[in-house]
Ligand binder design. Structure first.
Ligand code: CA
Length: 219
């Protein structure tokens, strides 16, 4: 899952980057409203964490412009201004949720996961594909009832595949959503991690579609 964090306070941006990366998200940071709009235009994000008080364009204006250009990426607004007035304003403009500063990282994470679930359509909290079960909250994975231990990055890759069962996903798409790499990054890392998943979950779990990419086996 790739996130855009829009925050001009360097310390908070750094802390969010560190915390969210540790949870397995690929995280890009934008420090003002215009940079946020540019980033959202060139990269497809799974969600945006958006501060309201920003240089150049406010968070409100960023949401308004995203929605005006039919970008429906889920947006979680952050604000230092505590009040229902702000909240109503943001939600009216098309934000999906709102969190007042100061917030706890655990709460931010829970809200983000809720947004990502909502965006992925009606899905159970625990994801299932055949005999595979994974819990995005606890990072627990089991195959035919036996627990499997995955690293954070392996989990993120598997979660991305499981949320799109049967879909062919290109290496570029996987690289973009699972790693923090730019477009010129080495796609071999995708192959390496698909190899790790196959070793832990069985060779047939991820199918190679020659010349196109990978997909999760659906049975
Ligand atoms: Ca700010």
């Amino acid at each position: 899952m790739r996130l855009l964090v829009v925050e001009d306070e360097v310390r908070l941006a750094t802390a969010l980057h560190r915390g969210l990366s540790r949870e397995g998200f690929a995280v890009d940071i934008a420090a003002d409203g215009l940079a946020a709009l540019d980033a959202a235009e060139t990269t497809s994000y799974d969600a945006v964490v958006l501060d309201i008080m920003l240089p150049k364009l406010s968070g409100y204006e960023v949401v308004r412009r995203l929605r005006a250009r039919a970008d429906w990426t889920p947006v979680l607004l952050l604000s230092a201004k505590d009040g229902e007035y702000d909240q109503a304003d943001g939600l009216d403009l098309g934000a999906d949720d709102y969190l007042a500063k100061p917030f706890s990282f655990v709460v931010l994470l829970a809200r983000l996961r809720a947004l990502l679930r909502r965006n992925a359509g009606p899905r159970p909290v625990v994801l299932e594909a055949g005999e595979l079960r994974l819990d995005p909250g606890s990072h627990e994975v089991s195959l035919a009832g036996s627990a499997v231990v995955l690293t954070t990055r392996e989990f993120t890759l598997l979660e991305y595949l499981v949320r799109r069962p049967g879909q062919v996903l290109t290496k570029t798409e996987l690289l973009e959503h699972v790693w923090e790499a730019g477009p010129d990054a080495d796609a071999n890392v995708v192959e390496v991690y698909v190899g790790y998943l196959r070793r832990k979950l069985g060779a047939e779990i991820v199918q190679t579609v020659r010349g196109a990419g990978y997909r999760l086996a659906t049975s």
